[in-house]
Design a protein around this ligand. Structure first.
Ligand SMILES: NC(=O)c1ccc[n+]([C@@H]2O[C@H](COP(=O)([O-])OP(=O)(O)OC[C@H]3O[C@@H](n4cnc5c(N)ncnc54)[C@H](O)[C@@H]3O)[C@@H](O)[C@H]2O)c1
Length: 354
């Protein structure tokens, strides 16, 4: 592994107004010295832009306190080649973290174009820029959804992942394939990260825990898919950020093969909790924490607002991360409990929507 010292580096984070991206930028601002951090986000309206504005404001607030960091936010689209080329030409980032993407499994059924634009063309633009202005490490978000409906658990990065069940998953698997080709052809050190169901404060309202909360607050009924028989490896956002920051500092090594050509400096890791929870149990803890944070009244009749329904197209019954490679190479494994993570979410929700 090639160690990378982030201090003094220029770091590009795409999707920096997003849930994971904004948390990553904040963490880098706190921990890295004398760095230039460039964030790019197109601020699209897939979900409430007020959340993206809130996250950017938090970053700005932190930036004012951090005298050794140079921070620049660019409102732009990674699917626009000229924008990406311009950023690379001007800033020549040494470390790139690509988190900009059209996320969500269900939305890819009704809005496939957004996935092709952001996830394929956008990622291709990033790869091309990394080829033209070589970087020390390209880190990019893949997803646990690449495991499709694989039966073997826990999901290991050694498993075959050729059976995506959504276009979203297909674009994420394509990103891994594209990165492999670019790593091999142009010796670009790249690491793909398969995130498992990330949750936390200022998260994504399209995800179940946030959507459930919005509905319960309005007095609507929540639908629990597959009659609640879903196991999810829910991963708290701080654990994801910890994993990303560690991995940014360890790039796959450049080596030569027997044929004299470079071996691809390429790696893929799971970042998940390695501890799947039943969806019903998750909802139970969420309810308790929403009451504790006074988002819902103590006598809230949850049973009257819960409906158990069948599985949805594109959904998978179980996600479960094998994190042994992450532990072996980076000495880390997510550990935040659902109780602590959902408490942080409920408290943030109470303050944000008050
Ligand atoms: N949150 C999860 O559970 C999860 C799980 C697996 C993988 N991921 C992946 O992690 C990454 C970050 O996810 P997130 O949960 O923070 O999602 P997010 O939607 O909150 O963040 C993505 C950000 O990228 C921006 N964006 C989208 N398309 C863009 C484009 N073409 N150009 C510039 N900006 C663009 C969006 O405006 C958004 O702010 C994504 O690649 C996602 O697919 C997330």
């Amino acid at each position: 592994m090639q160690k990378i010292d982030l201090n003094g580096k220029t770091i590009l984070v795409t999707g920096s107004a997003g849930f994971i991206g904004s948390n990553l930028v904040k963490r880098l601002m706190k921990d890295v010295k004398d760095a230039t951090i460039i964030g790019i986000d197109n601020m699209n309206e897939y979900y409430d832009v007020a959340l993206k504005d809130f996250r950017l404001k938090e970053i700005e607030g932190l930036n004012e306190q951090m005298s050794t960091i140079t921070y620049q936010f660019i409102k732009g689209d990674i699917a626009d080649k000229a924008t990406i080329d311009g950023i690379f030409e001007q800033y020549k980032p040494q470390v790139v973290v690509n988190l900009a993407a059209q996320a969500g499994v269900r939305y890819s059924i009704t809005n496939p174009d957004a996935y092709i634009q952001s996830n394929l063309i956008g990622f291709y633009n990033i790869l091309e820029a990394c080829r033209n202005w070589p970087v020390e490490h390209l880190v990019y978000a893949s997803s646990s959804s690449v495991y499709g409906s694989n039966k073997k658990v826990p999901y290991s990065t050694d498993d075959k992942v050729d059976n995506p069940v959504s276009l979203y998953a297909a674009t994420k698997k394509s990103n891994e394939l594209m990165a492999h080709a670019y790593s091999k052809l142009y010796n670009i050190p790249s690491t793909g990260l398969r995130f498992f169901t990330v949750y936390g404060p200022a998260g994504r309202p399209d995800m179940a825990y946030f959507g459930f909360t919005n509905k319960l607050v309005k007095g609507d009924t929540i639908q629990i898919f597959n009659y609640g028989n879903c196991m999810r490896d829910f991963t708290f956002v701080d654990d994801i950020v910890e994993g990303v920051v560690r991995i940014m500092q360890g790039a796959p090594e450049k080596k030569q093969g027997e044929d004299g050509l470079p071996l691809p400096p390429y790696a893929v890791y799971n970042i998940g909790n390695n501890n799947p929870e039943n969806l019903l149990n998750f909802v139970d803890i969420l309810q308790q924490e929403l009451i504790r944070a006074k988002v819902l009244p103590e006598d809230y009749d949850f049973d009257a607002h819960k409906q158990l329904v069948p599985m949805q197209p594109g959904d998978v019954p179980t996600t479960y991360a094998d994190t042994s490679a992450l532990e072996r190479d980076f000495g880390f494994k997510p550990s935040t409990s659902l109780r602590d993570g959902l408490r942080a979410f409920a408290e943030w929700y109470a303050s944000f929507y008050k």
